[in-house]
Design a protein around this ligand. Structure first.
Ligand SMILES: Nc1ncnc2c1ncn2[C@@H]1O[C@H](COP(=O)(O)OP(=O)(O)OP(=O)(O)O)[C@@H](O)[C@H]1O
Ligand SMILES: [Mg+2]
Length: 278
């Protein structure tokens, strides 16, 4: 086997320069219709790393499981949430929470979000409900990261309708490549019908071990998707679930761990990709 992976991850990413003013926010969906691939963990970790670089970040929990909300607050039962905002019962600014991570705010979610899909079906412009809710916040943040649920339903479409980019966490397993094919088909439909300006801003290999199987899949991912793939991979580490249990981002829980460094590199590369073209 070649050394594609070593060459790819050895590429250095410069430290991001400071950003003089706040906003307008780049809205990005952390998206993969497959469950358990590291969407929520990556949302928290990238947000915390972006904040370390001085960016003002909002994370939006858009999954009725509420893992992002629990992961950042340790709390299951919060009111109001994004659900109340979507239904027009609460102003979005009244649902915002500060987190323990300086520079990272949260729009929380809870289990009631699962009924929003049905409740929104009869709305005019139902695909753009989230877009309308987030609009007042765009000037206040540099990045808005939407932690999507693992599905391609109306909530996911709302996230895609309001995003300029997708970040795709990818577990390096045999079926992952097939999953990306399906995701690209959905993305094409979204581009044609509701949001022509959306594109993939990054594919992030997560939970990468040194097993032969992971290496083979990772090489294929790099060969197939080239520059879309981040030059960092997130190692498979028990520290990540420990950080989840502690309701802390890995950059805080184990600040000098390889996983924390990897997420910092991802954030730096993301800044390079987004702000160079701003
Ligand atoms: N790099 C990693 N190494 C080891 N475990 C990890 C890593 N990243 C995430 N995990 C663990 O894997 C599990 C799934 O991660 P996570 O919740 O981020 O995935 P998800 O894609 O958001 O899942 P869902 O589709 O259910 O929303 C969690 O228990 C998390 O702690
Ligand atoms: Mg999740």
């Amino acid at each position: 086997m070649g050394n594609t992976i070593e060459k790819w991850t050895a590429v250095e990413i410069p430290q991001p320069a400071e950003k003089a003013t706040t906003g307008p926010a780049a809205v990005l969906s952390i998206f993969n219709q497959k469950g358990g691939v590291g969407k929520t963990t990556s949302t928290i970790s990238i947000a915390a790393a972006l904040a370390e670089y001085g960016r003002k970040v909002l994370v939006v929990d858009f999954d009725p499981q509420g893992s992002l909300t629990v992961g950042l607050t340790g709390n299951h039962e919060i009111f109001p949430t994004i659900y109340d905002v979507l239904l027009g019962q609460v102003q979005v600014t009244d649902a915002l929470l500060k987190t323990r991570v300086p520079g990272v705010d949260l729009l929380p979610a809870g289990i009631d979000l699962s009924s929003a899909e049905i409740q929104l079906v009869n709305e005019v412009g139902r695909e753009f409900t989230l877009n309308r809710c987030l609009a007042p916040l765009i000037p206040q943040y540099d990045y808005i990261l939407i932690d999507c649920l693992p599905s391609l339903g109306l909530l996911a479409i709302n996230a895609l309708a309001t995003s300029m980019g997708l970040l795709i966490p990818l577990q390096c397993e045999f079926y992952a490549l097939k999953g990306i094919g399906l995701l690209e088909e959905t993305l094409e439909k979204v581009q044609l019908r509701i949001n022509p300006s959306i594109s993939i801003k990054g594919i992030l290999p997560t939970m990468v071990s040194r097993s032969l199987h992971h290496r083979e899949v990772l090489e294929r991912v790099i060969e197939s998707f080239g520059d879309l793939v981040f030059h960092a991979t997130i190692p498979d580490t028990i520290k990540m679930s420990d950080a989840t249990m502690a309701a802390q981002p890995i950059t805080v829980y184990a600040s000098s761990s390889p996983a924390a460094s990897a997420y910092r590199k991802v954030a730096a590369e993301l800044i390079q990709r987004i702000e160079a073209t701003a």
